[in-house]
Design a protein around this ligand. Sequence first.
Ligand code: UDP
Ligand code: MG
Length: 346
Amino acid sequence: MTRAPVTPQRNGTPGPMVSVVLPMRNEARGLDRLFARLAPALDGLDLPYEIITVDDGSTDDTLARLKAFRGEVAHLKVVTLSRNFGKEIAVTAGLARTTGDVVVVMDSDLQHPPESIPALLAPWRDQDYDLVYARRKNLDRGGLLRNAFSKAFYKAFDVMSDIRVDRETGDFTAIDRLVVDAFLAMPERNRFNRGLFAWAGFRTTTVDVVMEERHVGTSQWGFVKLMRLAIAAITSFGTLPLKIWAVIGSLISATALVYGAYVLVKTLLFGADVPGYPSLMVATMFFAGVQLIGLGIIGEYLGHVFSEVKRRPLYFVREAIGFDTPPATTAHTPGITVEEPARHGN
Ligand code: UDP
Ligand code: MG
């Protein structure tokens, strides 16, 4: 990993502005550690910057501590959501408030080392990349089950959607303003951020980073939550799960026809057997199962359609502290604002 320092742009003009977005849910205990490492890393950039923390409905004193930190940490801004909306939306809320030319999104639990920010920004600055992902060098984390599940998810996502998402990348990214605006222009309610970024396109690259263990607290992604994200991700990026039922249905019908012909010929040649109760039961249950799975998948898509047509705002902001500009709206889709107007503190 090279740690090329990001230097201000030539001829004395102030360099590009860097925004950092930190989604937080119940991270109060780790904030000391976080800012102790983040602030020097950002100061070292020698560029103007802002730190946007998004309190995603924390139930501990994350918000109070963030407010207190505003006295110590320079350029710290705080957005509080009205309840817990989940990380994907918390990141969206943060992005909508950024003003930087480039935005670094990272977890707040120090699993994404702040010292790697310069390395992440280097391809953006030097090679004109629009989107830089940190790629986990030390890939395996979590238990055997979680890894197997994650592999299966990326495989399924690959097969079922038209876009590719690299399993070894996570949410530690440097994003050009262009891509941030493209991302915010996508108004959908079911959000899988990495899929949306991949769908938007732009020049993308990765940088190897050694990720760290969580120091305090525990991961908030239980198995069920991960499973739900996986299903939402797959069903919002492709229609293969829907279309596949036409193929399965045709195959089953063809099999049934062939089997029917066989039974007919057999009956004509050898007469009728004793009726086969077990095979009848098995066939009935099998086809009932197949139909219910198909219905379930249609239901999943219908659910998406339902939540999209309601056109509710993605989230509500309870308090926004330290901002002097109103939030970005999705300019490309008139009539839809990503968020409702918020009370502005300070
Ligand atoms: N997070 C959030 N809202 C949530 C859950 C998590 O903003 O509903 C934040 C959390 O505070 C952390 C980041 O998302 O900064 C990643 O969460 P976590 O560490 O629990 O996930 P993992 O690292 O296990 O993927
Ligand atoms: Mg974590």
